[in-house]
Design a protein. Structure first.
Length: 478
């Protein structure tokens, strides 16, 4: 095992890798139920088949997470995990399922064929996955990644750090929506007003425990306590259930129906969705634009995640690029193809992998553990329900802090370097997208170097990226 995964060579231990794998799983296990919720747009009306889609996507989401993470474990041998990408699943609903629905004036669905839209979407995912695979096998994706300017390479990990910290703050409610300012800090006053002590505590417990967990994690790390991340996750989980007097629920009733619906409409459903190209020239163009969009977003989500997590793990080569990038890209593309065949939206390398890396993960053994945990979710209530968000949020926020240190290496004295890097950094959390951050940073870089006369031949690949994303911004709404 040590030789296969290069555990000693990368300065790790079996115990550390197991802890890292569990940490990554707990940080991203929410996707098991969140992905099917997003795919159906939180519609669960059985009259239109939403329940069948939910069940099919639930099973497919777990299987593709297992398959994609195993590719990282056994082929790329890296401590990263894969699952269906957030944002892409919402885009899937808006692009394919929503157009099939008709609503009354009150917003209620009165007719529609969401299953047909679901299968058309799977067809697009399958084709985009095949394109990913071709680009990966030929090395084109790795070439594109390596062609990114140095300032963007250094800004990407920091931007991802802000992004995953924001996800952590948002997941537990520390940051809330506000219709005037968009976001605000948790409103303690409103949460406790007019409530009994117990009711008030239940309302604020997730936020309070998450903040305590973050401070504990920082202290334990400062004291060089091994396993500080997983210790905090488990400790906060226990505190949450003890102090709120609640317990996780296990539901075995839906397992059989989920597999049945998966077999009926999910697996191989992509091959029933080629009608996405039917309807003349406009339909064909629309389908092609969607395929390209999914390609671009997944490609740069993965590139960004790889640079971010590999930088944190100290797994960059002499040129500042992730080691074994070709294998990572291939793993990602194969997982997307598998996802399209099984019945779910685009699979991508998960930014929450950074939580496992922060816990010490350096090899594919960590990914093997994560894949095993996902497999268990096929037969148990999702483990996301066992580990509350207040326990995993501190890990995401803490890792975000660690990943910000790379931005200090950006040359802020050179405005042609500083502006694109800053835009890449800030746009990831503000637009809730890694690929948008890379895209806006690339566009800024090209424009500034062109106008200031610093444009060079080596900037042609990043120019192509900038042009493609500019077209995507104008042609596709996300």
């Amino acid at each position: 095992m040590d030789k296969f995964f290069k555990i000693s060579e990368r300065g790790s231990t079996v115990r550390t890798e197991i802890i890292a794998g569990l940490t990554t799983f707990f940080a991203m296990a929410y996707i098991v139920v969140t992905n099917p919720n997003q795919i159906v747009g939180f519609n669960f009306n059985p009259a239109f088949g939403f329940d069948k889609i939910w069940n099919a996507v639930y099973v497919a989401s777990i299987l593709v997470a297992v398959a994609g993470t195993l590719l990282y474990a056994l082929y790329a041998k890296l401590p990263f995990a894969q699952a269906c990408g957030m944002g892409l699943n919402s885009f899937f609903f808006v692009s394919f399922i929503l157009p099939t629905l008709t609503f009354d004036l009150e917003g209620n669905i009165i007719s529609g064929d969401p299953v047909s839209g679901y299968q058309k979407g799977l067809c697009v995912i399958l084709i985009s996955g095949l394109i990913f695979l071709i680009l990966s096998i030929t090395g084109a994706r790795a070439y594109i990644a390596r062609a990114l300017p140095e300032n963007l390479k250094k800004a990407i990990p920091a931007g991802i750090g802000l992004f995953i910290a924001f996800i952590g703050f948002q997941n537990v409610g520390i940051i809330q929506a506000n219709k005037f300012t968009f976001v605000q800090f948790f409103d303690f006053h409103s949460a406790v007003s007019g409530k009994s002590f117990y009711e008030a505590w239940v309302a604020i417990a997730p936020v309070v425990l998450a903040l305590i967990g973050l401070f504990v994690m920082a202290v334990l790390s400062k004291k060089n306590v091994k396993g500080s991340v997983i210790i905090t996750i488990l400790g906060v989980s226990v505190l949450y259930y003890l102090t709120t007097w609640t317990a996780p629920e296990f539901d075995f009733k839906q397992i059989g129906q989920s597999f049945k619906d998966f077999g009926e409409i999910g697996i191989f459903g992509a091959f029933k969705g080629f009608s996405v190209f039917a309807g003349g020239f406009e339909a064909v163009v629309n389908a092609i634009v969607l395929i390209i969009t999914f390609c671009l977003v997944d490609m740069f989500d993965t590139i960004g995640t790889l640079y971010g997590t590999a930088s944190e793990a100290g797994m960059l080569d002499e040129n500042g690029d992730p080691i074994d990038m070709d294998k990572s890209m291939t793993s990602d593309s194969i997982a997307t193809v598998v996802g399209g065949i099984l019945g779910t939206s685009t699979c991508t390398t998960f930014v929450e992998s950074a939580a496992g890396v922060g816990a010490g993960g350096r090899t594919g053994l960590a990914s093997l553990v994560t894949a095993g945990c996902f497999f268990l979710c096929l037969f148990l209530t999702p483990l996301a329900a066992i580990i509350p968000s207040c326990a995993t949020a501190p890990a995401l926020i803490y890792v975000g802090v660690l990943m910000l240190k790379g931005f200090a290496k950006v040359d802020m004295s050179d405005i042609t370097s500083a502006v694109p890097a800053f835009l890449a950094l800030i746009m990831m959390p503000l637009t809730y997208s890694i690929s948008n951050g890379i895209a806006i940073g690339a566009i800024a870089y090209v424009l500034i170097t062109l106008i200031t006369g610093k444009y060079q031949k080596k900037d042609i690949p990043v120019t192509v990226i900038a042009v493609l994303f500019t077209l995507r911004f104008f042609l596709v709404s996300m």
